[in-house]
Each structure stands twice: as structure tokens, then as C-alpha cells.
Design a protein around this ligand. Structure first.
Ligand code: ATP
Ligand code: MG
Length: 430
């Protein structure tokens, strides 16, 4: 369409040139007028030659003026159209021929892709985004939508001049049959980010609701079980005292009973922590001390080696020592459980910036597959026969209450790294 417009301009220019040349030739021929006039004067007394010459001259001048006006209007319209096309910002507008060669594009391309319009004109569209047509289904879908509705809205991966990529929405409109298409390319990075943020928030909200329901259930359950467990514990204590010389079998049975009661109490405590999440205290905390305290609370299995790489120059952070010990203990426990055949746990503390302190737990255990990784922080998700699936959910709650985050990297058969980032806050100099 724009091209037709351009060729019309050229045609007008051509007409003006022809008219000018004709006029020039005519003016040259005016020198001969005298002779021509004398020639006609021989045949007639009327000043016919002069009349014809004057009329011809006036007509030519009028024609020239009209053509000039017409040409000016056309170029003004072309410039206006160009301005409109350029003002479609920040979207990039390109016109392509049927072979997807770029014929025209607006200035937004500089900001969006880093190319100047001249750099992309006459290039294939692949310079701007990955071709969607190699996927035959996609190609057919686009063609059919264009035939049926005259436009198609799709997605593609955009490529900037500096090699960066960005998600693109492409609105394709068909020009008249066989003339190619006009495409509007929109960078949807921000939209995607907002969508991801929204779905993360929704997932969080769902988790909070789940926790609430779990909390109510756990509160009731804990209340009901605490008394019978207390009574059982007292009974075991009483039997231990009453039986002066119990047989080894009875002694072992009482030991098992006591251990199971303690396990049950531990479960009730974990559940109880969900019912009443306590806001963390904000004491000055040395993260290395917390790591040591957490390690002291978990006996190290025989075949496991624990390596600590603690940065001694860590700044203190504001936090709740007991809650942080509980959180770190869960990572250590999980790491040990992931290495039933033995292995190595590396615990590292660092201060990568002035804003945060990080602690990482790297094991060489079984690792997590995609599904486990996706659900690991879900309350009640467990892959262990004796697991409750509360460790990481509770830990995440505690770390987030400290304004921190947890990153996980895991590979099946190779191991897992949990990295906890905790803000230093205003306690920097601590
Ligand atoms: N270091 C790890 N290596 C491999 N898998 C892990 C690791 N840590 C957690 N997981 C996986 O995440 C799941 C959830 O962990 P979480 O600590 O929440 O529960 P759990 O350990 O199964 O039970 P609980 O901690 O309540 O006793 C685990 O069952 C396990 O599949
Ligand atoms: Mg656990």
C-alpha cells in the first residue's frame, strides 16, 4: 500500500518533469515564433498563430500548477502517514512482502530491538523473531486466521541486536491478496512478569489458606493428643521405676515406647508451630553461631561427613535465633535423609553484598525430580515413608518471616543445594 503511494508520487514527479521539459522546448521554439507567425500570416489575416500559442502556453502553465499542487499534497500525506506509523510507539510496525522480507518499519524498532530501520529493511523477519512457520501447524493456523478474519494474534521469541531475547506478541494483518502483511510487534516482557507475579501470589494465597486449614486441624489434634501422650509418658516412667529388674525384652519395649512417644510429641510440636506462627524476634544474630547451633542439634550419621565453610567476617543480621536454628536444622535433617548410603554435606556462609547474608546447604544425595522440586515446599508433601511433609513448609514460613528467600538447585542422583538469603537490614555495622 505504502509502495503504491510512493509510485504515484514518482508518477506525479515524472509528469511535472515532462511538463517542464515541454515548456522549455516550447520556449525555445518561441524564438521561431516570428518565422511561424510570418508563415501563417501569409495564409490568413487572423492572428491565429498568436492565439494558439497564448492558449497553449496558458494551458501548459495551468497544468503545471495543478500537477505541482497535486504532488505537494501527495508528499504531505505521505509524510503524515509516516508520522502516524512512527507514533505507534512503543510497538514496532513492519510491512512485509509475501516472502516475509521487511519492506518498511517504524522508528520504534530502534528502542525495542536496537536496530535502525535501514538495518532491517530488505532483511527477512527472522532477524527480529524466531520463525514460527517451521512448525507446520502454526503456519497453517496463521494462514487460516488471516484468510478468515483478516488478522492473527500470536506469540514468538523476539531477538534484539545485542543478542537478548524477549517474549513478543505479534498481530498480523493481511494486506490485499498477494501483497504481504503488516505486523505489529509488541514486547510483552512486563505483561509476562506481571502474570508470573500474579500466579505466584495466587499460589502463595492458596498455600496460606492450606496452612490455615491445617493449623485449625493441627490445633484440635494436638490438644486431643497431648494429654494421652503425657499419660503414656508418665506410665512408662512409672513402669521403669516400678520394675526393679525388668527383663531385657521389657526394657527394650519400654525404650521403644518412650521413643515413639517422643516422636509423636515432635509431630505435635511441628503441627503446633503452624497453628501459632510467632513473629520472629529481631535480635542481633551471628549467622555462623546459628549454623553451629543447628548442627549440634542433629546427630551426624556415621557415613556422612559435614564440611563447614563459614565466612568469619559475616555481619550480624536482625533475627530470631530459635526460629533460624529450627529452619537450618530442617535443611540439615533433609540432607542427611537424602544420603542414606552416606556422603558429604557442605554448609557455607557468605556475605555476597552489603544487603544480605547467604547460607547454603549442599548435599550429594538422591536429588529431586521435577515434581518433587515443584512440591517440596507444599505442606504435607513428602516422598518419605516416615515423613510428615512439614519441614520445608515450616522452614519457608520462618525464613520469609525474616524477609529472606530460599533458592533450590537439585539434580536427580547428584544432589541438592538450598541457598537461604537473609537481609542484613539496618543492622549492617553489627
Ligand atoms: N536435601 C534434599 N534432597 C532431596 N530431596 C529433598 C531434600 N530436601 C527435601 N527434599 C524433598 O522434599 C520433600 C519435602 O521435604 P520436607 O522437609 O518438607 O518434608 P519431609 O522431610 O518429607 O518430612 P518432615 O520434614 O516433615 O519430616 C521431601 O519428602 C523430599 O522428597
Ligand atoms: Mg524434612
Amino acid at each position: 500500500m505504502l509502495d503504491k503511494f510512493k509510485s504515484r508520487e514518482l508518477f506525479d514527479l515524472f509528469t511535472v518533469l515532462v511538463a517542464a521539459i515541454t515548456l522549455a522546448m516550447f520556449s525555445v521554439s518561441l524564438r521561431l515564433i516570428d518565422r511561424i507567425y510570418n508563415f501563417f500570416a501569409k495564409f490568413s489575416t487572423l492572428p491565429i498563430a498568436e492565439f494558439i500559442i497564448n492558449v497553449g502556453l496558458l494551458t501548459l502553465m495551468g497544468l503545471l500548477w495543478l500537477t505541482y499542487r497535486y504532488w505537494r499534497e501527495a508528499s504531505e500525506k505521505a509524510a503524515e502517514l509516516e508520522k502516524i506509523v512512527d507514533s505507534i510507539s512503543p510497538d514496532v510496525l513492519i510491512v512485509v512482502d509475501p516472502s516475509r522480507n521487511i519492506l518498511k518499519c517504524n522508528r520504534s524498532i530502534e528502542r525495542a530491538f536496537g536496530y535502525s530501520p535501514d538495518e532491517v529493511i530488505n532483511q527477512k523477519t527472522e532477524i527480529l523473531y524466531s520463525d514460527r512457520r517451521p512448525d507446520p501447524g502454526k503456519g497453517i493456523e496463521i494462514c487460516e486466521a488471516l484468510k478468515r478474519e483478516g488478522f492473527h494474534i500470536g506469540l514468538a521469541m523476539g531477538k534484539k541486536k545485542n543478542g537478548e531475547t524477549m517474549p513478543l506478541e505479534i498481530i498480523t494483518g493481511r494486506l490485499s491478496a498477494g501483497d504481504g502483511a503488516v505486523l505489529l510487534l509488541r514486547d510483552i516482557t512486563e505483561r509476562k512478569r506481571a502474570e508470573e507475579e500474579k500466579s505466584k501470589l495466587e499460589a502463595k494465597l492458596q498455600q496460606v489458606r492450606k496452612m490455615e486449614a491445617l493449623g485449625t486441624l493441627a490445633g484440635g489434634l494436638g490438644h486431643e493428643l497431648r494429654n494421652p501422650l503425657g499419660a503414656m509418658k508418665n506410665t512408662v516412667y512409672f513402669l521403669n521405676m516400678a520394675l526393679k529388674e525388668p527383663s531385657p525384652d521389657i526394657k527394650e519395649a519400654l525404650g521403644i515406647l518412650n521413643k515413639e512417644i517422643e516422636t509423636s510429641e515432635g509431630v505435635i510440636k511441628s503441627l503446633h508451630d503452624f497453628t501459632r506462627p510467632v513473629a520472629p524476634a529481631r535480635l542481633k544474630v551471628d549467622v555462623n553461631d546459628i549454623v553451629q547451633a543447628a548442627m549440634n542439634r542433629v546427630p551426624v550419621p556415621e557415613k556422612i561427613q559435614v564440611v563447614t565453610r563459614l565466612n568469619e567476617a559475616l555481619p550480624n543480621i536482625p533475627g530470631d535465633p530459635e526460629q533460624l536454628i529450627q529452619a537450618f536444622r530442617n535443611f540439615i535433617l533433609n540432607a542427611f535423609q537424602a544420603m542414606p548410603e552416606g556422603g558429604r554435606l557442605v554448609v557455607k556462609s557468605e556475605a555476597p553484598s552489603e544487603e544480605q547474608v547467604t547460607v547454603s546447604f549442599t548435599d550429594r544425595g538422591e536429588g529431586m525430580d521435577e515434581e518433587t522440586l515443584r512440591n517440596a515446599f507444599e505442606p504435607l508433601f513428602t516422598t518419605k515413608a516416615k515423613g510428615m511433609g512439614l519441614g520445608l513448609a515450616l522452614t519457608e514460613m520462618l525464613i520469609e518471616a525474616h524477609g529472606g528467600t530460599i533458592d533450590v538447585e537439585s539434580e536427580v542422583g547428584k544432589g541438592t543445594t538450598f541457598t537461604i538469603k537473609l537481609p542484613i537490614g539496618e543492622n549492617k555495622q553489627g
